[in-house]
Design a protein around this ligand. Structure first.
Ligand SMILES: C[S@@+](CC[C@H](N)C(=O)[O-])C[C@H]1O[C@@H](n2cnc3c(N)ncnc32)[C@H](O)[C@@H]1O
Length: 223
């Protein structure tokens, strides 16, 4: 690696080809990613084949609403691959990481032990009352749960979003309809979000990093 340039997102960088975040826990990797030290600072390579958020950035979406102090509600945290990079970025913020599967939750707990800004929540995102007492107002709702009723689940979680906050919904077209063209599935999701009072800022297909997946970025409609 020759040089790193800021991405326009706090603590996230590129060398022109790969993405990196500044490691909050120097010396420790999370999922076998490469660690690189440059001028005394350690970075973790952010793999777009393991993290759809990295794929979104590499596909050219540059307006990521994440700052050092951002509050994030992350639905479908799994073992924390992407959560770990968000945690690197929002150094002084919080990542409320919701996951329903006990099988992967232990890994998320281990991750949170080393990262002060990750708050793991074992819960079903379709029943947000269970964590309403824990989660505060957030700047970003990021949802990656690969479920058929994902728009309804997202809608139930909009109560946590600041009026000027952002939604990133990861859509796996096969989870919604295996038979339809992914582009048609994405249009259906966009239209469902509009009906819920959201303004769609863009839909970015994540191929070739994540086949038949797209990120739909939205905010509250103020019109
Ligand atoms: C594709 S994986 C998420 C990968 C993760 N976002 C990442 O990039 O590291 C989807 C996860 O959503 C979880 N999930 C599915 N339905 C859920 C629900 N209703 N509430 C919370 N988590 C859910 C699954 O258990 C699974 O771990």
């Amino acid at each position: 690696m020759v040089e790193l340039r800021p991405l326009g997102v706090s603590r996230a960088f590129t060398d022109g080809r790969n993405l990196y975040t500044e490691n909050l826990t120097p010396g420790r990797d999370v999922y076998g990613e490469r660690l690189v030290t440059l001028r005394g600072i350690e970075y973790r390579q952010w793999d777009p084949r393991r993290s759809k958020l990295a794929a979104l950035l590499l596909k050219g979406w540059k307006i990521l609403p994440l700052q050092r102090s951002s509050q994030v509600l992350y639905l479908g945290a799994a073992s924390g691959t992407t959560v770990s990079h968000v945690s690197d970025i929002v150094l002084e913020g919080t990542v409320y990481a919701v996951e329903v599967s006990r099988r992967v939750f232990q890994k998320l707990l281990d991750l949170a032990e080393a990262r002060h800004n990750v708050l793991p929540i074992l819960a079903d995102a379709s029943k947000p009352d269970a964590y309403a007492g824990t989660v505060g107002r957030v700047d970003l709702v990021y949802q990656d749960i690969a479920q058929r009723d994902q728009v309804e689940i997202l809608e139930r979680n909009l109560r946590f979003l600041n009026p000027d906050g952002t939604v990133i919904l990861i859509v796996k077209s096969r989870s919604i309809d295996v038979a339809r063209e992914p582009a048609a599935v994405y249009r259906t999701v966009e239209s469902a979000l509009r009906k819920k009072g959201l303004h769609v800022l863009g839909t970015v297909p994540l191929d070739p990093f994540q086949r038949d997946h797209a990120a739909v970025i939205a905010e509250f409609s103020h019109s």
